[in-house]
Design a protein around this ligand. Structure first.
Ligand SMILES: *Cc1c(COP(=O)(O)O)cnc(C)c1O
Length: 375
């Protein structure tokens, strides 16, 4: 059987978790959390990286930091995970969905400006499969209209746009370390803060609305309630797992990239014959091999292929049901303009197994079965 995903495990995770236990420090913001945050700051060049309990929570923090209020409008693609929208509807915002580009499945930057009204407070971009959105265009629009940009870079760690790490281009960037992502801590994430002036408020929101982070650094002699916040800091046990992964970041990256390239090479024949389409990666984007997907001609063909592969014990899966067609999406948002690609392309997309340690022979086997399907 070939699973769709296997959580990454490189070897030192248990050793570090045991260390955290023996140090008698298992709550948040201990030495492993610090090591991870510092590593991420160095890797990305971000002014501040705060480890969080999930990417969902990092996005909720970004929504609070961006001062999202009831009836504000927030622009985002409909083809995304529910957390991208929930973080903002929790604050009472309305969601304005914009169509995607068929080549990358990312928000179509050319359609954003016409969706902006005087109520628009933020643009949320999602870097699907770790391939960047067209950020220069998007940042230019945001600057001209004085609205903030939040990057849902849940899938984007170690990817770049024109050399810039994803998550560092907008005002806030959100990473996920869920077990399905390239680097994992079980459940977890990180918030990247671009502007120094927002760091202190981010720390307060993460620490239940208190200035406890400053207190622990010895900057103040007692801590108190400063503003609305929550508990967004992960346990040291989770951070210890992540530290082992970050130490092996390049190894994990190389392994996934080899698998991605192998899929791409072996499947290009089927693309040439017009049976499938392969993912597009614009020249200015360096991706991180988060996902390998193919597109079939239509929904019916995809359903048959999933069934066929399952019979062969290969687990390939479809992805997001567009949010604007969901019950909550209909109530809390609306689609701006025409849904030319969101529904159509989402129905064609099929994700193939891809995880750290997936064997080359497995990939050859999967591809041969996909080829058999079209015979
Ligand atoms: C995985 C994912 C999330 C949620 O991440 P969690 O860490 O599970 O909260 C949000 N957005 C996108 C695009 C994702 O892929």
């Amino acid at each position: 059987m070939i699973s769709f995903n296997v959580p990454p495990f490189v070897g030192n995770e248990l050793k570090y978790i045991e260390e955290a236990v023996r140090m008698r420090k298992i709550c948040g913001d201990g030495s492993f959390t610090k090591k991870c945050s510092r590593w991420l700051e160095k890797q990305t060049g971000s002014a501040k990286v705060l480890l969080t309990t999930s990417c969902t929570h990092a996005t909720e923090m970004a929504a609070i930091l961006s001062d999202i209020e009831p009836d504000d409008e927030v622009i985002m693609p409909s083809y995304t995970f529910v957390s991208t929208a929930n973080a903002f509807t929790l604050r009472g915002a309305r969601i304005v969905f914009v169509d995607i580009r068929p080549d990358t499945m990312n928000i179509d930057e050319k359609l954003i400006e016409s969706a902006i009204t005087e109520k628009t407070k933020a643009i949320v971009v999602v870097h699907y499969a770790g391939v960047s959105c067209e950020m220069d265009t998007i940042m230019d629009i945001a600057k001209r209209h004085n609205i903030c940009v939040i990057e849902d870079a849940a899938q984007g760690m170690m990817s770049t746009y024109k050399g810039k790490p994803l998550g560092t281009i907008g005002d806030y960037g959100c990473y996920s370390f869920h077990e399905t992502k390239n680097y994992s801590m079980g459940e977890g994430g990180a918030l990247l803060v671009k502007n120094k002036k927002n760091i202190q408020q981010a720390e307060i929101i993460r620490e239940k609305g208190t200035n406890r982070s400053q207190y622990f650094r010895g900057e103040i002699d007692k801590y108190t309630w400063m503003s609305t916040g929550s508990s967004y800091l992960p346990s040291e046990l989770n951070a210890a797992y992540l530290w082992a992964q970050l130490e092996a970041a390049q190894k994990i990256y190389d392994d996934r990239m080899n698998s991605w390239n192998k899929y791409h090479d072996l499947l290009s024949e089927l693309e040439k014959s017009g049976n499938i389409e392969l993912p597009g990666v614009p020249e200015e984007c360096k991706h991180n091999a988060h996902m390998f997907y193919i597109k079939t001609n239509n929904l019916e063909e995809r359903t048959r292929l999933i069934k066929y592969l399952k019979k062969e014990n290969i687990y390939a899966v479809f992805h997001y049901i567009p949010l604007h067609s969901s019950p909550a999406g209909k109530e809390l948002g609306q689609f701006h303009g025409e849904d030319k690609y969101t529904t159509k392309e989402s129905e064609r997309l099929l994700r193939l197994p891809l995880y750290y340690g997936l064997g080359e022979d497995d990939i050859e086997h999967i591809v041969s079965k996909i080829k058999d399907f079209w015979k």
